[in-house]
Ligand binder design. Structure first.
Ligand code: DAT
Ligand code: MG
Length: 140
């Protein structure tokens, strides 16, 4: 099916910096629609499921500490090929290589020593999107 849903997170650095509206604006400007939005603070349990593929890696604990450092805006965005499309809006994981015009390329700050503060998360596949939406929005 061409119409997909993806999980977007405005991570604690983005919320702290007042970039929630800017991220939502870019999602809507591209023509995607917002299916659900919720501000919440993650828990270690939620993060161990969300980032299951990274448990045990050297950056896992710093990643969790960062993700627990404040509230996250969780968003379900919907549209044609939105999973790949939002990854494209976000730019590469490492803000030092993220292209101008992307969220990370335009807006990331203070990333000189770490790629952790890269503002947003976007699901990377239909399977990830389904799994992640169920984690962050159990009622959907
Ligand atoms: P993405 O967020 O682009 O899907 P990912 O799933 O590989 O990237 O990693 C999840 C997050 O973990 C990423 O946004 C930042 C952090 N991260 C990834 N690789 C890292 C590394 N080598 N060192 C430090 N943090 C890293
Ligand atoms: Mg990922």
């Amino acid at each position: 099916p061409a119409v997909e849903r993806t999980l977007v997170l405005v991570k604690p650095d983005g919320v702290r910096r007042g970039l929630s509206g800017e991220v939502l604006r870019r999602i809507e400007a591209k023509g995607y629609t917002l299916a659900a939005v919720q501000l919440l603070t993650a828990t270690p349990e939620l993060l161990s499921q969300h980032y299951a593929e990274h448990v045990g890696k050297p950056f896992y604990q710093p990643l969790v500490d960062f993700m627990l450092s404040g509230p996250t805006l969780a968003v379900v965005a919907e549209g044609q090929r939105v999973i790949e499309g939002f990854r494209s809006l976000a730019g590469t994981t490492d803000p030092t290589t993220a292209a101008p015009g992307t969220i990370r390329g335009d807006l990331a700050r203070d990333w000189g020593t770490s790629v952790l503060q890269n503002i947003v998360h976007g699901s990377d596949s239909p399977e990830s999107a389904e799994r992640e939406i169920a984690l962050w929005f159990p009622s959907l």
